[in-house]
Structure formats: structure tokens, C-alpha cells
Design a protein around this ligand. Structure first.
Ligand SMILES: [Zn+2]
Ligand SMILES: [Zn+2]
Ligand SMILES: [Zn+2]
Length: 123
């Protein structure tokens, strides 16, 4: 019974996020509603939701972040200074065409040299 209530709180807080979030953020929100919910429960909940296809996970700056919608997550990583920029990539339909299966969500990491490094403003 107790765990059903906890799941309700978790689900409720999950739907508050309109964009990307991480486990700690969800944990903080959940704590305000029910301090008995531990971080392990939060991780378990996220894993279950992901397995059910209701949540999608991405790696951002070596951290796992989640989204309730299948937003694409694209990075431009500078080889010189290591800065990570988020780049908009809306039209990725070509990917689905070259994949013999069903695409769930997309993460792309593009590597290159950023504008600042090209301009010589940084070392
Ligand atoms: Zn997905
Ligand atoms: Zn990112
Ligand atoms: Zn750079």
C-alpha cells in the first residue's frame, strides 16, 4: 500500500517536468511531498518508466537526464576546449528511414571546433 502511494507521488512530480531533468531534481521535488521516499526508490521508478517507454534517457555532460517526451538531444562538442553546446535538430526523419526498426529517441554528439577556438579568442 505504502509503495503505491509513493508511486503516485513520483508520477505526479514526474509530470511537472516539461523539459529535461535528472534523478536528483525529481528526488528534490518528491522530498517536498513525501520525505520518506529515498533516492533508490526514485532511481527504481525512473528505470521502470523507461522500460515501459514512458520515459527517455540521454547522456548530457556525462550525466543521465530524462524526458517524458521523445525530444531529440543533440550536442556539439568542441575538441579544443571541450565545451558542450546544445544544438537544435528538429528534422531527423532521415534517420528512421535508414534504420530497419522503430526509432524511440535520438541523441547525437557532433564533434568539431567551436567558434571561439576558431577565432583564437581562447587558447
Ligand atoms: Zn526512448
Ligand atoms: Zn545535453
Ligand atoms: Zn572550443
Amino acid at each position: 500500500m505504502r509503495s503505491t502511494k509513493q508511486k503516485e507521488v513520483l508520477q505526479q512530480q514526474l509530470t511537472q517536468f516539461t523539459s529535461f531533468f535528472n534523478a536528483e531534481e525529481l528526488y528534490r521535488h518528491v522530498q517536498k511531498k513525501n520525505p520518506n521516499i529515498g533516492i533508490a526508490t526514485v532511481y527504481r521508478f525512473l528505470k521502470t518508466r523507461e522500460d515501459q517507454g514512458e520515459l527517455h534517457s540521454f547522456i548530457c555532460n556525462r550525466k543521465t537526464i530524462y524526458s517524458t517526451n521523445k525530444n531529440n538531444h543533440c550536442h556539439f562538442v568542441c575538441e579544443k576546449c571541450g565545451i558542450v553546446q546544445h544544438i537544435p535538430a528538429k528534422n531527423l526523419d532521415f534517420l528512421s528511414k535508414s534504420i530497419a526498426g522503430e526509432v524511440c529517441h535520438v541523441q547525437i554528439d557532433v564533434t568539431g571546433v567551436c567558434k571561439d577556438c576558431l577565432g583564437g579568442k581562447r587558447d
